[in-house]
Structure formats: C-alpha cells, structure tokens
Design a protein around this ligand. Structure first.
Ligand SMILES: C[S@@+](CC[C@H](N)C(=O)[O-])C[C@H]1O[C@@H](n2cnc3c(N)ncnc32)[C@H](O)[C@@H]1O
Length: 215
C-alpha cells in the first residue's frame, strides 16, 4: 500500500511518497493564490534526479514568455514540449491538436499524490489549484490527447528516431536545459551543457521549425 508522510509547518503542507520519494509542497496562505503571483510558489513537486532533488513545476500559460503565449496553434503542425512538467503549455495545445510531451517525471505518482491530498479538508483556493493540476496530470496521461514520451530528451532521441526533424514548434521552458545532469553529457560548465541540450532539441525541428528556449 502507498505510504505518505505528511508534514505541516509555517503555512506549508508537505507530503512525501515513501516509495518514489516524490514530495508535494502546498502553500496554505491565500496570498500565494492571489492572481498574478508566480504559480511555482503555490503547489510544487520535488523529485529525486541524478543531480539532486529538483522541482517539477506547474506554471500556467500566462507565466510562459509572450512569444510562446501568443503563438498561434496550427492543428496541422507538430508541437513538442521538452520538460513539460505540469506546466500549462501542453494543456493549451490540446485545445487544437495532440502535442508531444517529453519528460521523465512520474505522472502516475504525481496524480495519485494530488488525488490523496485533494481528499483532505483544505481551503477552497488550494482545492481549486489541486483540481487544475489533477486535470493536467490526467490529460498528459491520456494517450488520445497527448503523446507522452515518459523519458529524458536523450532517450527519446535514441529510442524514437522518427522524432528527428519532425517538429514545427519545440518549447523548453525551464525543462531539459535547466536540469543538465539528466542528459548524460561530458563534464563542462552548466551553460555549455545547456547549449548542447539545446542542440539536441534543434534535432527535433523541421528545417523551418522554431525552438522556444527559456532557462
Ligand atoms: C522546472 S520543471 C518545468 C515544467 C514546465 N515547463 C513549467 O514551466 O512549469 C522541469 C521539468 O523538466 C523535466 N526534465 C528534467 N530533465 C529532463 C530531460 N533531460 N528531458 C526531458 N525533461 C526533463 C523534469 O522532469 C521537470 O518536469
């Protein structure tokens, strides 16, 4: 049976899944939920990666750069997000077509944890946010709506050669380029490794495709 460890302190509720060591952190203060506050501070996962325990964020589309927010979604085109996490871009694209998400995050674990905490008595604004994230988890796991490659970028390129030169739009918003150690690269300064990862992301693009990179 799944075992969770709950801890509440200083207005923050934390939950750890003892098997995966995934952590879920929720801010219980209404000010964190006020419009315009950076969504990363509201509800955030932390997961163990090779480079340590790192956040899996859930930024809303409004927190992505203007270049991504204003991008017209053409259903005839292929959209990929590398390091989708629980961000709002993939959900946005599904209103028009089926995007590809590349991310090794354990979405089944995150969905279970969100669902468990949703069963507790929490303020309405927290419940609202949990419901948004539960919807994103369900969506990204729905094979009819999203093509999820539940692995790192490097593994996706290796195991799915059909991805090469296939995309019109690739978005990396604090994704693979942020967590360089997940990409099996020779030792180098962080920025150089991030640029090498960006090169890998460019391999996904058609000649006229566009990469939207933020790290
Ligand atoms: C900080 S979150 C960003 C999530 C979302 N794009 C946002 O802006 O809120 C980083 C995400 O990148 C994923 N990630 C880390 N290394 C990766 C890699 N090598 N390939 C693909 N995704 C990776 C993590 O699992 C995590 O979900």
């Amino acid at each position: 049976m799944t075992q969770y460890l709950y801890h509440e302190e200083h207005g923050r509720l934390s939950m750890t899944d003892m098997d995966s060591r995934y952590e879920l952190h929720l801010e219980l203060s209404p000010s964190y939920y006020a419009d315009g506050f950076w969504c990363m501070s509201q509800i955030i996962f932390r997961a163990p990666y090779d480079m340590g325990v790192l956040p899996i964020t859930a930024r809303d589309l409004k927190d992505y750069p203007e270049s991504v927010r204003s991008l017209p979604i053409d259903p005839s085109k292929t959209h990929i997000e590398v390091g989708a996490g629980l961000g709002g871009f993939i959900q946005h694209v599904t209103a028009w077509c089926k995007p590809i998400a590349i991310d090794p995050a354990k979405y089944d674990v995150m969905e279970r944890m969100l669902s468990d905490v949703h069963g507790r008595r929490l303020p309405r604004y927290v419940m609202n946010r949990l419901e948004v994230l539960l919807e994103r988890c369900a969506l990204i796991r729905d094979r009819n709506r999203v093509h999820l490659l539940n692995m790192t970028l490097g593994n996706a390129l290796e195991r799915h050669p059909e991805l090469l030169a296939s995309a019109d739009v690739v978005v990396d918003h604090f994704g693979a380029t942020e967590y360089v150690k997940n990409e099996d690269l020779a030792p180098a300064p962080h920025r150089d490794q991030a640029l090498l990862i960006a090169e890998r992301e460019r391999q996904l693009l058609k000649p006229e495709g566009r990469l939207f990179l933020h790290f």
